[in-house]
Write a protein that binds this ligand. Structure first.
Ligand code: GLP
Length: 233
């Protein structure tokens, strides 16, 4: 079992600054060629800082964790739109990949995405966490050996995430997501968790029992995990 590196910060902006330093250092050492990116409100201050900085990502390839099924990239509710809006329209990257939730054959899309990941091993994976301990869209009960797949969202996730849905578009019940083993394949993982709503998930992680009921706990089987949190644990 790994020893987690916990970085206690005072707020999300402070957390974004800590992550910024880490990314800058890795870029300077030429150790950052492929980054796994996440979406969600947690990531907004992170991308804001990157876009306002001189960081050069032009040699970096990115892979996003997940995408809703059936939501077009042009919809503000898609993760493709989120990434374009918060990061890709403002910073140049070498290549950016996001699973295509509009693909006519979703199984094939997942297999292709997993193959791309194998071709471009992740140097760093950024993660948020769901209130129920999900990572990406790997909900409680997801097998630890899962690779990129079509996931069915739980009631809890549908409830939390539907708050962000605009334009009367209905939140899909399924999404494409990197699997738990695709995530664990990254060399380094940094998870960000801010606010009381994330306390239960972080408590489970610190408790140390690895269970599929709390997908976040599988991170304890990885040897290089940093948790940046404003929670006083
Ligand atoms: C979604 C994403 C997760 C993300 C989570 C947390 O469910 N699929 O990858 O970690 O939201 O979102 P937030 O940062 O808004 O709390």
């Amino acid at each position: 079992m790994t020893k987690l590196n916990i970085i206690q910060v005072v707020n999300p902006v402070d957390g974004a600054e800590r992550l910024y330093k880490l990314v800058k250092e890795q870029l300077e050492k030429d150790q950052l060629h492929v980054i796994g990116l996440a979406t969600g409100s947690t990531m907004i201050p992170v991308y804001k800082q990157w876009t306002e900085s001189p960081l050069d990502f032009s040699n970096v390839t990115t892979f996003n964790l997940d995408e809703y099924v059936g939501i077009a990239a042009s919809s503000p509710n898609s993760y493709a739109y989120f990434m374009e809006h918060h990061l890709f329209s403002k910073k140049k990257f070498k290549e950016t990949y996001i699973p295509n939730g509009m693909a006519s054959n979703l199984e094939e899309e997942c297999a292709n995405y997993e193959a791309l990941l194998k071709k471009h091993p992740l140097d760093l994976q950024l993660l948020g966490v769901g209130e129920n301990g999900h990572i990406a869209f790997n909900e409680p009960g997801t097998p630890f050996d899962s690779v990129t797949h079509v996931a069915t969202l739980t009631k809890s996730t549908l409830g939390v995430n539907s708050q962000y849905f605009d334009n009367d578009e209905k939140i899909p019940e399924t999404a494409l997501t990197m699997g738990i083993s695709s995530i664990l394949a990254a060399k380094k993982i940094v998870l960000l968790a801010f606010g009381e709503k994330k306390r239960a998930a972080i408590e489970k992680l610190l408790e140390g029992t690895i269970t599929t009921e709390w997908p976040i706990t599988k991170l304890l089987h990885h040897e290089d995990v940093t948790v940046i949190t404003d929670l006083d644990m």
